[in-house]
Design a protein around this ligand. Sequence first.
Ligand code: FES
Length: 158
Amino acid sequence: EAGDQTAQNESPAKPLGTCVGDSKSCPEGGRLHAKIEGRYVSVLRIDGKLFCIDSICFHAGGPLGIGDIEDVNGHKCLVCPWHFYKIDIQTGDKYYQGLEFKDGKMLGGEWKSNGVRQRVHPVVEESGKIYVTLSTQPDAEAAATAAGLLGCGGPTAA
Ligand code: FES
């Protein structure tokens, strides 16, 4: 039957995900923020590549999606405006700087990862539009809770 033939010859169309906006609304260095199925996500274009990460910081709900971008050992990170956690935009890893004690001085040592703490999502661009598929990666927040990294309770007044 003709229908069966088509099914055999063509690979099934891959769903693109949820459209979050036009490509031109997220130029190089730009961002897009969207809500998909109740989840806030931020799309960033850095060095020509798109990334998508949960907008709300796993730590205490800070606005991670609007944080500054910093390079941590070659990893592009969002820096949460509330407590300055550095989160890898590609993997969701949270980095911290180990300390070294030398000759009575405390020095900033190597950058290390606490593991994946923030959820990241696949993002694709097609025909001038950007699409996000909510991730099915293990629950990063649950991992953070287990590691005792949650529960700060929000920003403290200076
Ligand atoms: Fe983001 Fe605390 S809420 S670092």
